[in-house]
Design a protein around this ligand. Structure first.
Ligand SMILES: NC(=O)c1ccc[n+]([C@@H]2O[C@H](COP(=O)([O-])OP(=O)(O)OC[C@H]3O[C@@H](n4cnc5c(N)ncnc54)[C@H](O)[C@@H]3O)[C@@H](O)[C@H]2O)c1
Length: 351
């Protein structure tokens, strides 16, 4: 195999699309998916590739340095695409330390294992760190986040991601590791754990349950279809310049309340309900503490320098997403009941 790529967090939402893309598009690469299978990691996301000759799964925690060292050695890892993280802002507010442990400590462990495994030939290996636009803070007066926008994280989640980004750049500067970082806007699409806005609303509309909207729903996010993010990661991995940062986004800003209303309208149509039925489920709840008002990415650099741009318009992507959730009731049931976690034992035995 020409490369042996360690993809961390490959059983999660974005990671599962990245693993699928790499396994299918690059049969000449060995893809090692390392995931701790937390509540957010679901191997059912990877059914389409689990039997592929170039795919290997390793259940491990990035907080466990010894486990990382042995996985690097066992699979002769040549490159890393690092997505494993605690990713839900609300959880970071109730348990910040879990975010420090995985996002900061875990990332530094991974950098150390890579540095050790690649000693003497660091220039031949890439450590690609996947991050978020939330590290830039909140926009209040128009404008966009650029790669040069100073970091100003506002939640424990974004603070932990910002710290991990800084460590990656520090390793590039101090130890001359070949690294690249990308910061992406909000993703939506299949395989998204239904604690996040879009899948949560789809699931609740389907079950005629209340649709909780923070504050007045005025917060603005820039939404990108997850497979377009996976394509961007492929592009940055292969064409990105070492030491650079690339912002990834869809130039697609929506207020939360408008997204929720759009989902209500489309789902009423698809479920054959009277127009306006699902909007009655909207329930305004106390705003999230320190809720960032607006995120918006300027993705010009990756478009101009690397030739990536989103392939889907939002209207198309949201249709695909709703249809996927409606067609994959079993996935949704397993995730909401917690029984998806038994899939690992069925597939790989206990352990
Ligand atoms: N979801 C978004 O909109 C978004 C946007 C931009 C960037 N990101 C970044 O992309 C990455 C993936 O996000 P996601 O939404 O797919 O997250 P996710 O929560 O769906 O998946 C995270 C995965 O990491 C695994 N994991 C968690 N802790 C681990 C640990 N200690 N060791 C090994 N594995 C562990 C989980 O089991 C899960 O499979 C994250 O780094 C996130 O910060 C996400």
């Amino acid at each position: 195999m020409s490369k042996s790529i360690l993809i961390t967090g490959g059983a999660g939402f974005i990671g599962s699309h990245v693993v699928q893309l790499f396994v299918e598009k690059y049969p000449e690469y060995q893809i090692v998916n390392l995931d701790a299978l937390t509540y957010a990691g679901n191997l059912e996301n990877l059914k389409s590739v689990e039997g592929a000759a170039n795919y290997i799964f390793e259940k491990a925690d990035i907080q466990d340095a010894d486990a990382l060292d042995s996985i690097f050695a066992k699979h002769n890892i040549t490159d890393v695409i690092h997505l494993a993280a605690e990713s839900h802002v609300d959880r970071s507010i109730s348990d910040p330390m879990a975010f420090v442990k995985t996002n900061v400590f875990g990332t530094v462990n991974l950098l150390n294992s890579a540095k050790k495994a690649w000693a003497g030939e660091l220039e031949n290996h890439l450590f690609y760190h996947v991050s978020t636009d939330e590290v830039y803070g909140s926009l209040h007066d128009g404008g966009f986040f650029l790669e040069t926008t100073p970091y100003d994280p506002q939640s424990p989640y974004s603070a932990s991601k910002a710290a991990s980004d800084h460590f990656v750049r520090a390793y590039a500067n101090t130890y001359k590791m070949k690294t690249v970082v990308s910061n992406c806007s909000n993703n939506y699409g299949p395989n998204h754990f239904p604690e996040k806005l879009i899948p949560l609303c789809i699931n609740n509309i389907k079950n005629s349950k209340p649709l909780p909207v923070y504050g007045k729903g005025e917060n603005v996010r820039d939404w990108l279809f997850v497979k377009d993010h996976a394509r961007a990661i492929d592009t940055v991995f292969h064409k990105g310049k070492a030491g650079e940062t690339y912002n990834i986004g869809g130039f697609n800003e929506w207020k939360n309340i408008d997204i929720v209303k759009l989902l209500c309208k489309k789902m009423d149509e698809k479920l054959g309900r009277e127009p306006g039925t699902s909007e009655k489920l909207i329930t305004y709840v106390t705003d999230r503490a320190g809720h960032d008002l607006r995120y918006a990415i300027d993705a010009t650099k990756i478009q101009k320098e690397l030739g990536w741009e989103p392939s889907l318009q939002f209207d198309e992507g949201i249709e695909i997403t709703i249809d996927w959730y409606l067609a994959n009731e079993e996935w949704l049931d397993h995730v909401t009941s917690g029984s998806y976690q038994e899939y690992y034992s069925e597939l790989y035995g206990k352990g």
